[in-house]
Design a protein around this ligand. Sequence first.
Ligand SMILES: [Zn+2]
Ligand SMILES: [Zn+2]
Length: 213
Amino acid sequence: MLSLDAILPTQIFFDSAVKRYRWKDTRRFVSRESVLVLQRKYLAEQQKKFVSLATNIKNCKLGVSVELADALKRIHVSHAILSVGGVDRLTESDLGQIGSLLKKQYYQGRDEVTGKQFGLKYLIQEAPGQSLAQVTHRLELYAKAGRFTADTLQLKREAMSGKTQMKRLLGQAEHCEECIRYANQDWVGIGQLPLPGQQCSCRANCLCTLVFR
Ligand SMILES: [Zn+2]
Ligand SMILES: [Zn+2]
């Protein structure tokens, strides 16, 4: 099970006795909107930090794999928090799901298109033989792939709230053939279309979005 300690922005904490967020310094309540604004900022900071580890990875600096895994966890959990609207709304089952998605990102992933294994473990092993630009680019893709966690939770939530159909919308970007094909399918049953970035050539760069009804 995933532990949520220290995933929240540093200025606030969740007071479980009253089930509300408070500022650490004044202990005053923080509105949910402010919490989410802070969480969005925190996510951007963690993404930046994650990508900035490229030099340390290339130089095989001690402890970098732990730092990397930790930042990636914060990225995925922040996406999840933003998706459900607050850390207090994450269920045990959500946490279990995030945990297993993270495992794939660390060392157990397999690309659905190429069948190739992926994971931070491989990135770290291969980094000394790659240029800094290559390593940085790979990290950027991992950082972007955090949205997969948000999409996975959203799909589950929409299905539970009684929605039965999903549709993919193309984002404002160039699209691969697969994304265009998915978008052209219009409304289909929930779960019948891959989530953005899955089974498509855009991968983590995919800007498609989901709608439900
Ligand atoms: Zn695509
Ligand atoms: Zn796309």
